[in-house]
Design a protein around this ligand. Sequence first.
Ligand code: DQA
Length: 145
Amino acid sequence: MPSLLILNGPNLNLLGQREPEVYGTTTLAEIEERCTVTAQSLGYDAECLQSNHEGVLVDAIQGAQGQHGGIILNAGAYTHTSVALRDAVAGVAVPAIELHLSNTFAREEFRHQSYLSAVSLGLICGFGVAGYDLAIRAMVDHLAR
Ligand code: DQA
């Protein structure tokens, strides 16, 4: 089965307990399980990885080449700071969808800037956990074209 990489960045391991008024109460384990079910219903495996470390995320993006058809990337705060992640996404021939649980544009101004949007296939933000389903569906649709 072809596969998708579901990549979550810093502090997303705290989902469920972290600022629930912003991010909801669903845990990362529950999100990953849901991603796996959604992907498999569409004929894809989902490999899920979370790291708090920028270099690990860069390695995972590079490693997606030849392994995964697409990347769903919630880079957390690195979205707003990391040229290295941007260059990794731009440097591999694997499409990525940028994802955020919260509507980053309705929040602090420093969250309005993303290094990833310009090199991503598209951006999904503000739909909470449902965003992961939407991103998987959008990626599968894109890969079928
Ligand atoms: C986030 C938004 C980021 O601004 C923040 O730093 C996160 C989570 C989101 O999913 O809404 O860690 O990516």
